[in-house]
Design a protein around this ligand. Sequence first.
Ligand code: NAG
Ligand code: NAG
Length: 174
Amino acid sequence: MLLNRILTIAAIGLTASGFVIPEGQEEGTYAVEFVDGVEVHTKLANATVYAPLPKPYASEPQPNRLIRRDYSCGGARDLHHGNTDAANADLDRQCGGGVNVNPGMNYYSIRGDIVAFFCNFSDREAKYCSAGGRQDYSREITKACGWYNSGWFTFPNQWSIGYDRGRCFCGGCA
Ligand SMILES: *[C@@H]1O[C@H](CO)[C@@H](O)[C@H](O)[C@H]1NC(C)=O
Ligand SMILES: *[C@@H]1O[C@H](CO)[C@@H](O)[C@H](O)[C@H]1NC(C)=O
């Protein structure tokens, strides 16, 4: 059993690149990279004054019985709407019209108790993060998980995007 666990941890170490947000991290947008096995968090931008996007992503969820298995719902319900929208909007500012996120690099934005994140699980390829894509996935997360409940979409071994409370993301505390 112990050997199993060690092997599992080693395997995760090779493929996953989840992260843990340092306690007391201030609001803003960050990149996380692993440098010699150490998580390095770099602040990319301060939190901005939230301005609603012309087309808000969070349209009222349609009744939808078909929940795709690639969507995971976190445990948090009825997240603070303003903080959720603002964290997602700051992540959108970072990803913009589309940026390549390097292997093993993750982005996140903090607003209040909410974190919006994009994780690149690949150890080889850059993954594409864009504001438009983020908004599409957030709409689907809303359908799968409910109105302002935490959730994320994961393309296994490739990338993950979503929002939740807490400090551990993308398997960072697994
Ligand atoms: C955030 O704002 C502070 C104070 O205005 C400024 O000194 C700092 O450079 C900003 N940080 C980033 C990453 O833009
Ligand atoms: C994803 O991670 C890989 C490996 O660290 C890196 O080369 C690639 O640039 C990352 N992609 C993005 C979009 O950050």
